[in-house]
Structures are given as C-alpha cells and as structure tokens.
Design a protein around this ligand. Structure first.
Ligand SMILES: NC(=O)c1ccc[n+]([C@@H]2O[C@H](COP(=O)([O-])OP(=O)(O)OC[C@H]3O[C@@H](n4cnc5c(N)ncnc54)[C@H](O)[C@@H]3O)[C@@H](O)[C@H]2O)c1
Length: 276
C-alpha cells in the first residue's frame, strides 16, 4: 500500500494563513537602537509582533521605539548591556513584564573595532568577545530559560557575519573569532533547544551600510575608509552594499512559522560576496 505523503503542515491549509506573520508574538531585539537591529525591529513590528528595543544607548533606543509607532505592535525600549549577565536577565524580565511573554529573541548587538593582532591588547580582545560572543550567550541563556518555562517553543535569531566563515579584511581577528564562535554556539544551542521546540538559527550579513559600519576605520582617515569601502563594493557580485532591511526580511523569515523546520542553520545574505 502506498503511503500518503504529508506535503503541508495542518496550519497551511487555510487560504488566509500568512507564513510570515508574527502577529501577537513578543520579541526582544538587542542592539535595536540603530543599524541592522533597528531594521529588524521595524520588520517584526510591521509583521505584527510586540517589540522590545534593547540597547546600550538608551536615548537612541527610545527614539528608535518612537519611530516604530506607525508599525503595528507596541514598541517599548530598555537599556541593555549584553556584556553584563544581570542586564540580560533584566531585559528578558522587562519583555515579560511589558508583553506577558518572550517568544522571539534576535541577538544583534555587536561591535567591530579593528586592530592588527601584533598590536592588540588582551583588553581589546576581551572586550570584543565580551560583547559579541559572551553577550550572545548571556542573552540566549536568559531567553532560553524563559521560553522553556513558557513551554510553547520560540525562535532565536543570531546575527553572525560572513566573517564567521571567511575573513573579509585584515584587522578583524578578534571580531572574526567572536563571529566564528557565534556560528558554533548557534549550532550547539540549536541541538539543546530542539526538544523544547525553540529554533535557533543565524544570519551572516555581508557589507551592510549602517551607522556603525560607516565609521572611519582605526588607523584610516575618512577618505581612506571611503576608498576602502568602494573597493569592497566592487568585489560584491550584486554590486551594491546591503541595507538593514536586506537582513531584516531574512530575520523575519527565521522568526516566522515559515522557518518552523529550520534549526542550527546559517543563512548568508551578502550580495554574493563570499563567492568572489
Ligand atoms: N554592518 C555590517 O556590515 C555587518 C556585517 C556583518 C555583521 N554585522 C553584525 O550586525 C550587527 C549589527 O551591526 P550594525 O552594523 O547594525 O552596527 P551598529 O553599530 O550600527 O549598531 C549596533 C547597535 O548595537 C548597540 N550595542 C553595542 N554594544 C552593545 C552592548 N554592549 N549592549 C547592547 N547594545 C549594544 C549599539 O548601541 C548600536 O545601537 C553586529 O552584530 C555586527 O557584527 C554587521
């Protein structure tokens, strides 16, 4: 007897079902005052989520949340330093207090200072790892415990980098170490959270035009940085830098029911940069 294959999940039968809707879901986005994180917060809010904008820059976080008023949902801001484990626990609690639960976590907060290894201080290396990797661990643990307690699954989206798999330029050894760690952490945490129906995935952005990425690089003038960025853009097969919404659309996908069968994956969003 031929077994009937199940090609759709039961929820996909309805014509009104929107696989990219996160309506009614409660989200926390770190580093959401600016750049990619802010773009993700806007996308999630437009798709129906309540969004907590959490950032070390509290004033900017409040401004960013006000800019979300046109979107659906109820944006709220809080100060968060991801390198401080107590601050991460407080941010998760803030989301629960404001919205009633935490269903989606986006780990976006990150820093990308440059230094050659031969001139790098231990403090410099520690700082980059503290924010980009330990901070992601602190947030993931605090949010994971909350999701397990709630008992109805969840989604965690980590912002890694193309540097997780291939160096994009000299001077980023500390950053690349942290982002390689983000990729490994994502895969192992995905295994651990699978029994709890919490999907853990990562995005590897290429060159994205943001406030942070537009700062002059250490040891370079503004003009030299601009020339370096122009040369970088020339190497991108799609011949343009990305914008935050290029990443935000993919983050929404990973946060939505459309990605229910994905966990431990890395989605590269780089205009083809890794191919060049
Ligand atoms: N822009 C790019 O080209 C690019 C490429 C690959 C990966 N990324 C990654 O995307 C993420 C966002 O980058 P971006 O370009 O939007 O940067 P950005 O500097 O424009 O924004 C980063 C945000 O994180 C916040 N932040 C910094 N330290 C924090 C901390 N300790 N606690 C909480 N918030 C903190 C900042 O205040 C800021 O609002 C980072 O993880 C970065 O590594 C960026």
């Amino acid at each position: 007897m031929v077994q009937q294959l199940e090609v759709t999940s039961p929820t996909t039968h309805s014509a009104e079902w929107d696989p990219f809707s996160v309506a009614g879901r409660n989200a926390l986005v770190t580093g959401a005052a600016k750049g990619i994180g802010h773009g993700i917060a806007i996308r999630l809010a437009r798709a129906g989520a309540n969004v907590l904008i959490a950032d070390i820059d509290e004033a900017e976080a409040r401004r960013a949340s006000e800019a979300l008023t046109e979107a659906s949902g109820r944006p709220v801001a809080t100060r968060l330093d991801v390198s401080d484990t107590a601050s991460c626990q407080a941010a998760v609690q803030c989301c629960v207090d404001e919205f009633g639960s935490l269903d989606l976590l986006v780990n976006d907060a990150g820093i990308f200072p440059t230094s050659p290894v031969l001139e790098m201080s231990p403090e410099f290396f520690d700082r980059v790892l503290s924010v980009n990797l330990k901070g992601l661990f602190y947030m993931s643990k605090a949010a994971g415990l909350q999701m397990v307690k709630q008992g109805r699954g969840g989604k965690i989206v980590n912002i890694a980098s193309i540097d997780s798999v291939h160096p994009s330029m000299q001077g980023l050894a500390a950053y690349d170490s942290s982002k390689g760690g983000v990729l490994s952490f994502t895969k192992n945490f995905a295994l651990e959270m699978a029994p709890h129906n919490v999907n853990v995935n990562a995005i590897a952005p290429g060159g994205i035009t943001t406030e942070g990425a537009s700062q002059p690089l250490v040891g370079m003038s503004a003009e030299e940085t601009t020339a370096m960025m122009a040369a970088f853009t020339q190497r991108i097969p799609l011949k343009r830098m990305g914008v935050p919404d290029d990443i935000a659309k993919v983050a929404l996908f990973l946060a939505s029911p459309a990605a229910d069968y994905m966990t431990g994956a890395l989605i590269v969003v780089d205009g083809g940069m890794l191919l060049s």
